[in-house]
Design a protein around this ligand. Sequence first.
Ligand code: EPZ
Length: 424
Amino acid sequence: MDKFLIKGPSTLKGEVLISGSKNAALPILASTLLFDKPVVIKNLPRVRDINTMLNLLKSLGSKIEFFDNRKKVRISKSKKPKYFASYSLLKTMRAGILVLGPLVSKCQKSITSFPGGCVLNGNSGRPINLHLNALEKIGMKYEIKKGYIYARSKGNLKGKSLKFPSISVGATQHLIMSSVLSDGKATTLKNCAIEPEVLDLTNFLKNAGANIKWIGKRTCQIIGVNSLNEISYSVMGDRIETGTFCVAATLTKGNLLIKGFDPKLIKTELDLLKKTGATIRLFKDQIHIKGPKKIKKISHIKTKEYGGFPTDCQPQFMVLMCKANGKSEITENIFKSRFMHAMELQRLGAKISIKNSKATIEGNTNFIGAEVMSSDLRASAALILAAIAAKGTSIVSRVYHCDRGYENIEKKLKKVGAKIRRVN
Ligand code: EPZ
C-alpha cells in the first residue's frame, strides 16, 4: 500500500493545471449506456474511480478505446449488451449505482450490486433509497436479493412528475439520465441538486439531442427522445481539486496560479478564503491566489447543497481553520459524521472537538509532522495539506483513497514546491 512521505513546512508557489472533474465524468460515463452511436469523452481525469467506471462499462459490453494518454476515450456500444453490474466493480465506488437506471432504460432489465464508496456517514451508511424510490415512480420494478438489485421494466420507462424528498446529487443525475429515453409525457423532477456536475451532465445529454430544460431553480423537465446522437464532449474542470489548491496556497503563505477552472463556480469558497486574508485575482478559467502572513479565522462554516459551502471541501478548510488566529466551528449538514480526518489532524497537533455534526476548532496550531492515516478521499487531501504545513516529516498512509479522485497529486504538489514522495 502506497504512502506519502512529506517534509514540511513548504511554501507553495507556481502554476497548477486542474484536471477534469471526477464527479462530473462519472455520471457522464454511466449515461453512455443510453447511446447506440459512439461517444467521445475528453478531459477525463486519470484517477482510479474513472478506471473503475470504464471497467464497469466494459463488463457491460461497451467497447472502450483510449487516446491522448487516457484523457480521451471513445465508447461504442456492443452488439450484445450485458446487464450484470458485479459487486467486485461496485464495492469500491458509489457512482457505480448510476448504471442501474440507464441499463433498465435501454435493456429493460439489470442486476446491479449495492455500491460501496467512501464511508462518510458513520453508521448511517450511504443509502440509495432516493434513487430506487424515484426510479420506481418512473416504471422500474425491483427486488433485492443477496446484495443485488434485480430490476426490470415493462417496455420503456415512463415520464412522470416527482419531487425528491431531500436533495441528492446522485439521485438527481440518475433520474435525469434514466428519463432521457422515456415514453409518454414529460418527466418533471422537483427538488433537484443543482451542483455544477449535475449541470455538466445535462449539458452533455442536451448536446447529444436530449430534451432537458431547467424550468425552475431546482426543477428539471425531461421529454423523452427516441435516441441520442453521436457526440464529442469535454468534461468540466474539477471544482474540489481547485478548492484544495486554493486552500494549499492560503495555508502555506503561497502564491499559486490555478488554471483550467471557471472561478465563478466556487464563489462561496473564494469569498471565505478572502476573509482569511488571501489575496485573490480572478480571470477567465484561472485563479491567482496568495496566502496571507497570518490566517484570519472564519467563525463558522456550514456545509450545504450547491450555492452553499461544499462538504467535499470541508476537511481541507478544517486544516486552514486549525492554523487560523482563533476559534472556529464547522457544522456538517450533508454527511453528519464526516469528521474522520479530525482525529488524524489531532495527531499533527490540531485541537478539535466534535459534538454530533459540529466541530469546534481551537486555531493557532503549529502542526508537527507525524504518522497519519487517510480514511476517505477528501480526508486524505486534508492530511496532505496539513503535512505540507507541518514542521518535520509526516507519513500519510492509505493514499489509495487519494488516488481515487486526485490526478497525480504528488507531481502537482512537488512542481509548486512541496517535498512529497510516494513510498510503499
Ligand atoms: C456526491 O455523492 C459526490 N459523489 C460526493 O463526492 C459528494 O460528497 C456528495 O455528492 C455531496 O455533494 C459523486 O458525485 C460521485 P448525495 P452522492 O446523494 O451523490 C443522503 C467526493 O469526495 N442520501 O447528494 O452520493 C446522503 O446520505 C464524494 O468526491 C440519502 O439519504 O451524495 C447524504 O446525507 C464523496 N439517500 C445526502 O443525501 C439516497 O438515496 C446527500 O448525498 C441518496 C443520498
